[in-house]
Design a protein around this ligand. Structure first.
Ligand code: ZN
Length: 690
């Protein structure tokens, strides 16, 4: 039960395995001329010029599916977190409440021996509950219970801002219930996708067989005389999930908030799909007596209603049992962890599983992120970083205001509204002003799966308690050590966790040009999200409300289509091209972000009376260093498996196109590097939205 629909700068892969990824130890290096390949002409392939030597020398660590500055930096942050957690885990009885919680969660995760000796017994209470289910009503009770403690079978439930009254939080139900990362994995019929489905069936079979072979198994062995085998359980899971996938809206359609905007009464929602027994479900999760909610995809509920009718109780129990097993697998004994990782390898190409301490650091960050984050900030984030960031944000906001003011294609009427929206954007830097209080979560030093379930339940209750209450604008959607940033359209805010405010994004030792190409561009990217194909549909208060004149809306669409067509021609891997419509918002933000960050730098150079800002360093002009700083951030290597997965699931383009796709649209780039018409980094039809 987690809602996260913000516009990020970078996607951290959350795979079916449920754990995010990172890499083996190396301090995060900052900007360096050593990454440049001077044998390449920057006007032919700027990404290759800026990153060529980096690419030659970098190797994807075996426990990674990709290698890029975000992951490098996450690695460094994990080292800091590990130090905090090891101290907290060893701290004994005199620890304060925060150290007890994060230390014992981490400690319970690191105690492999205890986890291994428990085996599937850790999940037995859940398996017993599922085994005892006698009818489809009781099945809905169990689904409600699982939604509270982590697994997410059948559909999604959460709370979020009302799309038309952002100050108010309401309940949402939405499509869901899949194991694989996207509906396309179930529906596409090319050889690669069919191969992944075959591996998925093997994965379900492996986990099922493992669970059934342990002495405490509950309902996993075939009832006498039925002959139901593990492979048949796997076929059942695939059949039901394929039916759910068929009823899902695709990612590109979901980008348009109008397609997810279906507020209705509780009675209407219940009547939409009677077999879901939603009233019973809401009672089970102890939801407040709300009268209206948003149904993200009504067709999903209508279609799946028939699936619930046609599938037998036993088949549905098999499906629900699978979700309980799959969610628990990374936190069970070694054979389950191995089977789970084996399937993750199929999806991402990762060669080795991460060291256990990394998985345990990431788990603690996910479950108790603002407790661990509080310690992280104490150790590694000072007030001077915040002050310098605030200044940069301010400069970038002025730069975007100038950009809007000077736009040739927008009428004064719409410009005025855009300026009001820009003025209203709030910013959050470093860490929350009020920390989340985890005191009600019980964390035991010897109960890993129980800890995970109780921490998930805390989060689910927190989301449910917000229903029908005013929006808490102080909340953060990312933890402080996270190497990322986001724009949230309902809050109309940009957010930069402490974790990203370091080299190569932000380096106090570097010149402003390099920092404007790094964190400056990230700030510009997030600001632009407020005005991309999605963000432009929200008003300054965060409500879905069209503030554009009809003609300006058309002009925007025309320019956005230029960006969509440009990126649709880029090849991600083999013969697989990017989806220009899925990545449109991010590409628009990259292009707009680069323009306004460079303009902000030019402004700073013009204002500098000492003339220092405008000087060359190491033979490069400030403009050239800006673009080199930008390129450095996106130097990247990906395994082919994960490159394929990202084309289907990631709204961001691969690093090469985040750089080359932008600079070929920029006359400022061509001037800085002396590029001529006809060269690859000089687009014939340059796209320009912001
Ligand atoms: Zn973004």
């Amino acid at each position: 039960m987690r809602a996260f629909r913000f516009l990020l700068i970078f996607l951290v892969i959350a795979t079916v395995a449920g754990f995010s990824q990172s890499a083996s130890a190396a301090p995060a290096p900052g900007f360096s001329l050593d990454t440049i390949d001077k044998s390449i002409d920057p006007c032919v392939d700027f990404y290759q010029y800026a990153c060529g030597n980096w690419i030659k020398n970098a190797e994807i660590p075996p426990d990674e599916s990709q290698w890029v500055s975000f992951v490098e930096l996450h690695e460094r942050n994990m080292d800091i977190e590990r130090g905090i957690l090891e101290k907290a885990a060893a701290g004994g009885a005199r620890r304060d409440a925060i150290d007890q919680k994060v230390g014992d969660l981490y400690g319970s995760c690191m105690d492999e021996k205890a986890v291994d000796s428990k085996g599937i017994a850790a999940l037995k209470p859940e398996l017993d509950r599922i085994k005892a289910i006698q009818d489809k009503g009781a099945l809905m009770d169990e689904i409600a219970h699982l939604h509270m403690i982590g697994p997410s079978p059948l559909f999604g439930f959460y709370s979020s801002s009302d799309l038309h009254n952002a100050d108010q939080v309401i309940a949402y139900i939405d499509q869901g219930g899949l194991t694989l990362p996207d509906r396309d994995y179930y529906l596409k019929d090319d050889e690669k996708t069919k191969g992944i489905r075959q591996h998925f069936v093997e994965y379900v079979t492996d986990i099922w067989t493992l669970a059934a072979s342990q002495p405490t198994e509950a309902g996993l062995r075939p009832p006498p005389g039925t002959g139901l085998l593990s492979s048949q359980a796997a076929d059942t899971v695939l059949r039901i999930e394929t039916a759910l996938a068929n009823a899902q809206m695709d990612r590109t359609a979901r980008r348009d908030p109008k397609n997810r905007d279906h507020k209705m009464s509780r009675e209407q929602a219940a009547a939409l799909a009677p077999n879901f027994q939603l009233d019973r479900y809401f009672r089970d999760i102890n939801a407040p007596p709300f009268t209206e909610l948003n149904v993200g995809n009504p067709d999903f509920f209508k279609q799946v209603n028939a699936v619930l009718e046609s599938e037998s109780l036993e088949s549905l129990k098999t499906y629900v049992r699978w979700h309980a097993l799959n969610a628990a697998a990374p936190w069970l004994s070694q054979p389950f962890v191995d089977a789970n990782f084996k399937f993750q390898q199929v999806l991402t190409g990762q060669k080795e599983i991460q060291a256990r301490w990394k998985r345990c650091v990431n788990l603690t960050d996910r479950e108790l992120g603002e407790a661990l984050g509080q310690r992280y900030v104490e150790e590694s984030f000072g007030p001077e970083s915040k002050a310098r960031m605030l200044k940069m944000v301010d400069t970038l906001e002025k730069s975007l205001a100038d950009d809007i003011h000077d736009l040739s294609w927008m009428s004064d009427e719409t410009k005025k509204q855009a300026e009001i929206k820009l003025e209203a954007i709030r910013n959050k830097i470093g860490y929350p002003s009020a920390w989340r209080d985890y005191s009600s979560v019980v964390i035991k030093s010897d109960d890993l799966l129980g800890n995970v379930q109780r921490a998930n339940e805390f989060e689910a209750k927190r989301l449910i308690a917000k229903i029908d209450k005013p929006l808490d604008r102080k909340e953060w959607g990312m933890t402080p050590p996270t190497v990322n940033a986001y724009y949230n359209p309902s809050y109309n805010e940009i957010v930069f966790p402490a974790g990203i405010l370091q080299p190569p994004f932000f380096d106090p030792k570097m010149d402003d040009a390099v920092n404007f190409g790094g964190i400056g561009l990230v700030i510009g990217h997030e600001l632009t999200h407020g005005f991309d194909d999605q963000g432009r549909k929200y008003d300054p208060q965060g409500n879905l409300h069209d503030w554009w004149t009809e003609q300006d809306g058309k002009e925007f669409e025309k320019r956005a289509s230029c960006v969509a067509d440009e990126y649709s021609n880029f090849v991600a891997v083999d013969d697989l091209k990017l989806n220009g419509r899925l990545t449109l918002g991010e590409n628009t933000a990259d292009n707009g972000g680069a323009r306004i960050a460079l303009a902000a730098l030019e402004h700073m150079i013009a204002e500098d009376k000492t003339g220092k800002e405008g000087q060359k360093i190491d033979g490069y002009t400030p403009e050239q260093r800006f673009f080199l700083g930008f390129g450095r951030v996106w130097c990247e290597k990906r395994r082919p498996e994960v490159a394929r997965m990202r084309v289907l699931t990631d709204p961001h383009s691969p690093g090469k196109y985040r750089v080359d796709g932008v600079v070929q649209n920029m006359p400022e780039f061509q001037k800085a590097w002396g590029c001529k018409a006809g060269q690859p980094m000089v687009a014939e039809n340059a796209c320009h939205v912001w």
